[in-house]
Ligand binder design. Structure first.
Ligand code: AKG
Ligand code: FE2
Length: 310
C-alpha cells in the first residue's frame, strides 16, 4: 500500500510575488512537485482539450499511423516509448526555427475540425502560465524575475505538449512492478512540466531515488489544478538544489488520459550551474551543456527509434 503525498498548493493569482516565490522554493527543495491553482487557464478549455485528445486517440489506427512521429513530434503508438502501455501525441509551436525544422503533424480538419484551434489555444495559455511561473522560480533563486528570458531560454518556442492515453491494461507478467506499469519511472528533461489529468489515479513519485527499495507515494489529481514538477535541466541550473524528482504512472486497470506541457529551453541555450546555487562548499556538480546536445542524448535513450529529425 502506498501513501498519499501531501504536496503544497501554490496559488498563482496571489499578488504577493515574493511570498509565493518562497513557497515555491520550499516545495522544490522538499518534493520537486507542487499543485498550481488559479493559474488562469479556463476550465472550459481544459475540458475541451481532454475531449479532443480522446477524439484523436479514438481514431482508427490507420488514421493515427499517418501522423506517426519521426523524431518526437506526432503520434507514438502503444509500447513505442520504453515498451509502456500508452499512446502519445506530441506537438509544439509552428513558429520559430524548431517549428519549421520539426513541423507538427495535425489530424485532418475533415476528421477533427476543432482539434488544431483547441490545441493551439491550450499551448499558448499554458506556456504563458509556465513563463509567469518561471519568473517566480527566478525570484525564488534570488535572481531577477526575467532572468531566464534574458538568458535566451525562450528565444525559440521550444515548449511541447504531450497528450497521453494509458490503456489501463495489466500485463501478464508475474513481477508486480512490471504488471502494473503504465509509464516507467523517469524524470522529465526540461525546465518545468505542467501536468493535467482526467482524475484517474496512477501518478506516483519517489522522493529519494537512491533509497533501496524505492518508496513510491501517490499524487492524486486536483480538479482544475496543474501538477508542476522540475525537470533535469532546472536541477542542473540550480546545482541540484531544486530536485527533478523521479515519477511514474501505475496502471489501475482503467483507461487514463493526461496532458503534459514541457517547458523546454531554446536548443541553443547553455545550461550552467547558477552562481547563486554554488559556493566553496558546494561547487558546480554539472558541466555546462547545450540544451540541444542534452536533449539529443536523452531522447535517444528513451525512444525506441528516435532519429533526431521530425
Ligand atoms: O500521465 C502522467 O500523469 C504523467 C506523465 C509524465 O510523467 C510524462 O509524460 O513525463
Ligand atoms: Fe514525466
Amino acid at each position: 500500500m502506498s501513501t498519499v503525498l501531501q504536496l503544497s498548493i501554490i496559488d498563482l493569482s496571489l499578488p504577493e510575488k515574493l511570498s509565493t516565490s518562497r513557497l515555491i522554493r520550499r516545495a522544490y527543495l522538499n518534493h520537486g512537485f507542487f499543485y498550481l491553482t488559479n493559474h488562469g487557464v479556463p476550465e472550459e478549455l481544459m475540458k475541451r482539450v481532454f475531449e479532443e485528445s480522446k477524439n484523436l486517440f479514438s481514431l482508427p489506427l490507420d488514421e493515427k499511423i499517418v501522423m506517426v512521429r519521426r523524431g518526437f513530434r506526432g503520434y507514438s503508438p502503444l509500447y513505442d516509448e520504453k515498451g509502456d502501455p500508452k499512446e502519445l501525441f506530441t506537438f509544439g509551436s509552428s513558429e520559430g526555427v524548431l517549428g519549421q525544422h520539426y513541423p507538427n503533424k495535425w489530424p485532418s480538419e475533415d476528421l477533427l475540425p476543432l482539434w488544431r484551434p483547441t490545441m493551439e489555444r491550450y499551448y499558448k495559455s499554458v506556456v504563458d502560465v509556465g513563463k509567469k511561473l518561471l519568473g517566480l522560480v527566478a525570484l525564488a533563486l534570488d535572481l531577477e524575475e526575467n532572468f531566464f528570458e534574458r538568458l535566451g531560454a525562450f528565444n525559440d518556442q521550444a515548449a511541447v505538449v504531450r497528450l497521453l492515453r494509458y490503456s489501463g491494461e495489466l500485463s501478464s507478467s508475474e513481477d508486480e512492478e512490471e504488471k502494473t506499469c503504465g509509464a516507467s519511472a523517469h524524470s522529465d528533461f526540461g525546465i518545468l512540466t505542467l501536468l493535467a489529468t482526467d482524475g484517474v489515479p496512477g501518478l506516483q513519485v519517489c522522493r529519494d531515488k537512491d533509497k533501496e527499495p524505492n518508496v513510491w507515494e501517490d499524487v492524486p489529481g486536483i480538479k482544475g489544478a496543474f501538477v508542476v514538477n522540475i525537470g533535469d535541466l532546472m536541477e542542473r541550473w540550480t546545482n541540484g538544489l531544486f530536485r527533478s524528482t523521479m515519477h511514474r504512472v501505475l496502471s489501475v486497470g482503467k483507461e487514463r488520459y493526461s496532458v503534459a506541457v514541457f517547458l523546454d529551453p531554446d536548443p541553443n541555450c547553455v545550461v550552467e550551474c547558477l552562481e547563486s546555487c554554488c559556493s566553496e562548499t558546494s561547487p558546480p556538480r554539472f558541466p555546462p551543456v547545450r540544451t540541444s546536445d542534452y536533449f539529443h542524448e536523452r531522447f535517444s535513450q528513451s525512444l525506441i527509434s528516435y532519429s533526431g529529425s521530425a
